[in-house]
Structure formats: C-alpha cells, structure tokens
Design a protein around this ligand. Structure first.
Ligand SMILES: O=C(O)[C@H]1O[C@H](OP(=O)(O)OP(=O)(O)OC[C@H]2O[C@@H](n3ccc(=O)[nH]c3=O)[C@H](O)[C@@H]2O)[C@H](O)[C@@H](O)[C@@H]1O
Length: 319
C-alpha cells in the first residue's frame, strides 16, 4: 500500500533547495519541516530522537523529497545541502538540566559541526538561539542590543551559555570563513506536538487542566512570559533565512502575561470544573520578566506574529 502525503509544491530545479534541519523531529523542527516540504524543497532531518520523536514527522517518511537520519549533532555529519536550520538541542528546562554536560556539548560541538559543514558546502546557516541569552533580564522589553544577565554557573547555564557560545561561533565562522549566518532568538513558543512530558509551562498547564488536576504555578506567579504560536515562529524562521539580514533577530509575541494570569486563562479556556491553581516553590534563576522587542524583526524581515496567544491556546487545546 503506498502512503498518502500532503500535496507538495512542484518547484523548478533552480528554486528547489536541499535543506538540512537538525532537530527536525522535535516540536518546532517538525512544524518547520512541514512548511519546507509543502513549499517543495528537499528536506533532510538529522535528529538523535532524544526529545524529538519519529511520530512528529512520520507523515513524510518514504516521501521522495524527505530523508530522516538518526544522528547526534555532537558527531560530524556530511551532506550536500544549500541551507542548514540548526535547531538540535533540548529546550525544556527539565530536559536540558537532566544532563547539563551533554546540553553544552550539543550546543557547542553541534554548532561547530554544522558551521563546519556550512563552510565546506557553502550552505547558509541559521541558528535557533533563545531569549535565554538575556538571562534574568535587567532591561525590559528585551531588544537584540541587550547583552544579557546570565548566571554562568547556575542550573540554566548549560543551555543559556551553550546558546551564547553557539552565537559566538556563528559570527566567528562568518567573519573568519565567510559563512552566511542567521541567528533567531526565539521566545517562549507553544503549539500542537509539544510532548506530554515536555515540562514547560504551556503543556503542563493545559494537561493539568484537561485532567482536572491542580495547575502548578512555580513561585508567586508574578514572573512574566510572552507566548507565541508555533506557526508564527515558522514564518519568522523562513523569513529570516531567506532575507539578507545577518544580525540576531528576536522572534516572539510581545503580548506579556504573568504566569498567575496565564494559569487563569488556560483554566478558563479548558473550562473543566474544579481545577484549582496552586503555588509551588520557585525554581532557581527563573527569569522574572520576559517580553521581546520585535522592532528589528518588523523592519528587517517584515515579520510579526499573526496569532494571539488565546487563539493559539484554543487551537492547541482543541487539536
Ligand atoms: O518555552 C520556551 O520557549 C523556553 O522555555 C524555557 O524557558 P522558560 O521561560 O523557563 O519556560 P517554561 O519552563 O515554560 O517556564 C515559563 C514560566 O512558567 C513557570 N512554570 C513552568 C512550569 C510549571 O508547571 N509551572 C510554572 O509556573 C516557570 O517557573 C517560568 O516562570 C527554555 O529555557 C527556553 O529556552 C525556551 O525557549
């Protein structure tokens, strides 16, 4: 029996790109892969399936434009490609803190390997960096010009510092070896396919509310976050990769909520009776406030989010 795939665009060979997506079986990666496939490109996914899952991309397995390679980016990888979207790295705090040495290796050695590949095959390289490079920010909202406030020896450092070095590596390869680089600083993102055991706030709160359990707010809930829907992020990543702008660009939704208020919103959208909100201990070094300044994204790549947080949560809950 032959598989049935979503219809992909037929691109002339001059427009069709060979695109490598590391972490392409993950939550964000698999949505990006969907879009690149539908656009008519050839996609290679490299993923060690530690936090990613074959299920996220199984609808493309066997497609002539698609290839999955179970490979860990800490080891070198070779392929003739035109573009590299480098996403591979656990992003949820419980996952990246589970094996901090491995998280640092993934960011640092993974980026060296992928930038080395980009240099050899002259591919354009996009790093998915993070709002965590701003640490517990002392400037609000955060613009790309802010250098950040990161605890270099705290529990989040393996991720934050790993991504900071990955940014440094990107611009070092650009300067030294003329690699074309793009750096996206991604702010909190949610949507379908977040793992049940992801551990981040959106999936935790939705699952707790759906199961009729108490919603667990860490600390007093006065800390803020700004949540973007994953489809907006994918638009931004593609616009950044395809544009001419090479400095870091924030990709996030500037709608800001306290976590306490966010818990109430999720509880009300799910609408199950008897769900209470409880406050647990705060976690160490949890950023107090986070909101992207997206002036640069608007100006340089013509991007801004199209979904409100509530629209995205409603779709995620019903999906
Ligand atoms: O979601 C993301 O995109 C980001 O998630 C994490 O950053 P963080 O903002 O700490 O993400 P969460 O773990 O989702 O936490 C957000 C806030 O909710 C709180 N939280 C989380 C989980 C929970 O059950 N209850 C709860 O109150 C946390 O303490 C924190 O204040 C990662 O470190 C980022 O790199 C990643 O980009």
């Amino acid at each position: 029996m032959s598989a049935i795939y979503a219809a992909v665009r037929k691109l002339p060979n001059s427009k069709k790109k060979r695109v490598l997506v590391t972490g392409g079986a993950g939550f964000v990666g698999s949505h990006l892969v969907d879009r690149l496939m539908l656009m008519g490109h050839e996609v290679i996914v490299v993923d060690n399936l530690f936090t990613g899952s074959k299920r996220n991309i199984q609808h493309w397995l066997g497609h002539p434009h698609f290839e999955l390679s179970r490979h860990d980016v800490v080891d070198p990888y070779m392929a003739e490609v035109d573009m590299i979207y480098h996403l591979a790295c656990p992003a949820s705090p419980p996952h990246y803190q589970y094996n901090p040495v491995k998280t640092v290796k993934t960011s640092v050695m993974g980026s060296i390997n992928m930038l080395g590949l980009a240099k050899r095959v002259k591919a354009r390289f996009l790093l998915t960096s993070t709002s965590e490079v701003y640490g517990d920010p002392l400037e609000h909202p955060q613009a790309e010009s802010y250098w950040g406030h990161v605890n270099p020896i705290g529990p989040r450092a393996c991720y934050d510092e790993g991504k900071r070095v990955a940014e440094t590596l990107s611009y070092s390869y650009q300067k030294q070896s003329n690699v074309q680089v793009r750096v996206a600083r991604i702010f909190n993102t949610f949507g379908p396919r977040m793992n049940e055991n992801d551990g981040r706030v959106v999936s935790n709160f939705i699952l707790q509310a759906l199961r009729g359990q108490s919603i667990t707010v860490f600390g007093d809930g006065s800390q803020t976050r700004s949540f973007q829907y994953v489809h907006d992020l994918v638009d931004g990543l593609i616009a950044l990769m395809e544009g001419d702008f090479s400095d870091p660009v924030n990709l996030g939704n500037p709608e800001e909520y306290t976590i306490q208020n966010f818990a109430e919103i999720v509880r009300d959208i799910v609408g199950r009776d008897g769900v209470s909100i409880i406050n647990l201990n705060a976690t160490q070094d949890d950023p107090h406030q986070r909101k992207p300044d997206i002036t640069r994204a608007r100006k340089e790549i013509g991007w801004e989010p199209r979904f409100s947080m509530k629209q995205g949560i409603e779709e995620t809950v019903s999906g």
